[in-house]
Design a protein around this ligand. Structure first.
Ligand SMILES: Nc1ncnc2c1ncn2[C@@H]1O[C@H](COP(=O)(O)OP(=O)(O)OP(=O)(O)O)[C@@H](O)[C@H]1O
Ligand SMILES: [Mg+2]
Length: 359
């Protein structure tokens, strides 16, 4: 990325609280207009990173740049950022209208312009008609929209969102996820979004940085993170996965042959350095298999096995299939009512769905 296209740049940023290193030498760049997400388990440093971009915390080391300008010393209200907090932090003693107008009042925007912008923003987030309500008279989803409106009304260059959907039920979360993405596209605004929910991150983002213990473990496009994780932690964190010990038996340009149990597979060679004889792990997503009765010929890599357990998940049937002495998780999409498999089955797997993790 050239310096001109990076909208937010975090360079070697470290933040300590007493003896705890909350953020440990973190670097990343977010292009202008991107939906970027920091994903990671509780306590990995997501909020701390976001707060440093917003200016609520000073980094102990490293630099934060917005639109090519170092902002370390710039106060919160002069960075061109706005933040949506996890708990929304609405003012309970102010109506929806006054909550949204607050930032404009602080910035001494004239009354007429304030009224115009508040009305426009409330309409934009679908809250028209609720201007006079108090926060405790709103549903969780409506409160979340007020929090977003309050941030958008000041017309930030960069919107920072800290787990804005985590307090909502699953159905509403899914709906607001779609709205969030449409909103971001329509505004062409740069979003830095924080979540510990992998599904949310995968479905919303142009780019994801997965954090663990204060560090960025891997950053890239959602599919890259999902199918080509660099570590077992990442593979496991971003979804259901089969992690299977294997051994490198042969190396070629672009491919690697691995053996596991009685089986061999020639698969894509990962970026990490490899040598013959090395112990690695295979990462295979449950939906990458095709499962069929035992007499059906398998295309690609064929693994005969037997079902040991199954769970109906609605859109998929999840099987645990024993192959040799290991149970693989296998998802069959669109299972229907009666076509469940029992006992001996044939699994098939395309070699391009097998990813090698060398740690
Ligand atoms: N103000 C603070 N004082 C002391 N320690 C803090 C402070 N803020 C955060 N920490 C510690 O820094 C680490 C990172 O915290 P942070 O809030 O950034 O995590 P997070 O990834 O946002 O987690 P969660 O998903 O639970 O919100 C944690 O160990 C936390 O206890
Ligand atoms: Mg947090």
């Amino acid at each position: 990325m050239t310096p001109e296209t990076a909208h937010v740049r975090v360079s070697h940023v470290t933040k300590r609280f007493g003896g705890v290193t909350a953020v440990d030498d973190v670097s990343f760049e977010v292009p202008k207009g991107a939906f970027a997400t920091l994903l990671g388990p509780s306590g990995c440093g997501k909020t701390t990173t976001l707060r440093m971009i917003a200016g609520f915390y000073d980094p102990d080391q490293g630099d934060i740049e917005i639109a090519g300008k170092r902002v370390n010393e710039l106060p919160v209200h002069r960075r061109g950022t706005a933040m949506v907090f996890q708990d929304y932090a609405l003012f309970p003693h102010m109506t929806v209208r006054d909550n949204v107008a607050y930032g404009l009042r602080v910035a001494h925007v004239s009354r007429s312009e304030r009224e115009r912008r508040v009305a426009e923003t409330l309409a934009f987030v679908g809250l028209k008609g609720l201007e006079g309500r108090w926060p405790n008279q709103l549903s969780g989803g409506q409160q979340q929209r007020v929090a977003v409106a309050r941030a958008l009304v000041i017309e930030p260059q960069v919107l920072l969102l800290d787990e804005p959907l985590s307090n909502l039920d699953a159905k509403l979360r899914e709906q607001l996820r779609v709205e969030m993405r449409i909103l971001q596209r329509r505004l062409g605004m740069t979003f830095v979004y924080v979540t510990h929910d992998q599904e949310e991150a995968l479905s919303l983002s142009d780019w994801i940085a997965v954090m663990n213990a204060g560090r960025v473990e891997q950053a890239g496009a959602p599919w890259e993170i999902y199918y080509h994780p660099k570590t077992a932690f990442l593979a496991d964190f971003v979804g259901a996965v089969n992690l299977v010990p294997a051994k490198v038996t042969d190396l070629a340009d672009g491919t690697v042959t691995v053996s596991f149990g009685r089986h061999h597979a020639k698969v894509r060679r990962p970026e990490a350095p490899l040598r013959a004889g090395q112990e690695v792990q295979l990462c295979v997503r449950p939906e990458s298999f095709t499962i069929a009765p035992p007499d059906v010929a398998a295309a690609g890599l064929s693994l005969p096995g037997a079902t040991v357990r199954r769970a109906f998940l609605g859109d998929t049937m999840r099987y645990w299939v024993k192959v040799d002495d290991r149970a693989w998780i296998v998802d069959q999409p669109d299972p229907g009512g009666s076509a469940t498999l029992d006992g001996a089955v044939s699994l098939s797997l395309r070699a391009d769905r097998v990813h090698v993790i060398a740690e």
